[in-house]
Design a protein around this ligand. Sequence first.
Ligand SMILES: Cc1cc2nc3c(=O)[nH]c(=O)nc-3n(C[C@H](O)[C@H](O)[C@H](O)COP(=O)(O)OP(=O)(O)OC[C@H]3O[C@@H](n4cnc5c(N)ncnc54)[C@H](O)[C@@H]3O)c2cc1C
Length: 437
Amino acid sequence: MTNQELTDQDKASQASAASTRNADITVIGAGIIGLANAIALQKAGFSVRVIDKQGVAAGASFGNAGHFATEQVFPLADPAMLPKLPGMLLDPLGPFRIQPRYFLKALPWFMRFLVNMLPAKRAHNSAAIKALNQKSIHAWQQLVSECGCSELLKLEGSLLVFEQTPFIEVERVYQSYRDAGVAVQLISGEEVRTLEPDLSPNINHGLWFTEVGHTPDPAELCHCLATQFEKLGGELVIGEVTRLANIGKGEQSVSVCVGEGVNYQSDKLLLSAGAWSKPLAQQLGFKVPLETERGYHLMMPQQSRLLRPVASFERKFIITPMSRGTCLAGTVEFGGLKAPLVEARADCLLPHAKALLPDVLASAKTSQGERWMGFRPSLPDSLPVLGASPKSDKIFFAFGHQHLGLTWAAFSAQLMAKTIKEEKTQVDITPYRIDRF
Ligand SMILES: Cc1cc2nc3c(=O)[nH]c(=O)nc-3n(C[C@H](O)[C@H](O)[C@H](O)COP(=O)(O)OP(=O)(O)OC[C@H]3O[C@@H](n4cnc5c(N)ncnc54)[C@H](O)[C@@H]3O)c2cc1C
């Protein structure tokens, strides 16, 4: 049949098939970032396929502390940590650790990290973090409501508690949040226990962040997003992406090779494979200094009366009330993607938690807890990579959300949907571009 012989109906259906192909996007990664992006893209009118090597919530998004931590406006690269750094790094159970055999590998990342401690860089990075934080809770309210799981977003604020820190230092910390525009109240130990009666009498002061939230189940939140994605017609493929082809300008479609040779074609590609994004970004022409900050949780079956996450200023960890129990989470460990979980790093959270929740955890044992380690995807400036590839109009990036991937997922997905649709974004996304390094 020649083109002239096509009926109007044929032409219409061909046009619609072509536009479906044009709109087709493959998202690599079914963590919180990939899933939130997939739904935002569906809402923007694209047909979307998500590919994950293990399935929904297989990475950091499974077991994070569940804290929508919009108060965390300061980049990790803080000159105040310099004097404490050697001691911290040498302590195998310290809150910030480099595994000795990983030291040389991590060195280039640390050199960049040190540069990001310079005041001008720190101010720039903090402003770019704040730009994402400010819209994050609202974006999450919209997303959980659309997905029918509003019960997975609790807006009770969070606490940062102090046991021995002198009041003058507590006031300094409080003032630094106030100066950064964070909604915070400085409260006494008594007031802390009025909010959270299970907390220890040894707590002398607290900062109450009133405009933050938490989820009682980060993995369930991912599954809820995945259900919505499939309801909207999305295709979820389980398989490891090994090779990307046809990625240059002017190619008809991107080819994503899964496993030993199944090829998935799509018009566009979004890379959101968390801490595993580095080699795939390299295939796409970008060398990014992405490291993983390994973090741990110990999920204790004991339930407390806590209504909100409680972080400890001195002990550097966080307790979050969750559906499955009391989640103790934290610690930063540089050791790469292959080294196994170090049980002692998860277990060392329990004595700290017992000090803060003495009655609830009095007889708790580490053997009752579920140990877990996840890979935070982190860049030395604490900013994610968001945006389009400067080398191809088909390639997009959303990875590197460090300690704040849960917090940023819904809003960064809105930004990406606008970017991919070539519409103006709500905030300037140039600070997050892939070629900033
Ligand atoms: C202990 C801990 C506590 C945390 N607490 C908080 C918190 O309270 N608040 C907060 O905002 N953030 C927190 N975070 C950070 C947050 O969990 C991460 O930033 C976020 O989960 C990153 O999401 P992601 O989707 O980018 O990555 P991931 O969840 O790791 O997902 C990446 C996915 O990509 C898949 N993948 C990788 N390579 C391939 C491939 N080649 N082919 C196919 N699929 C692939 C993986 O299987 C995985 O499912 C915490 C992290 C940790 C470890």
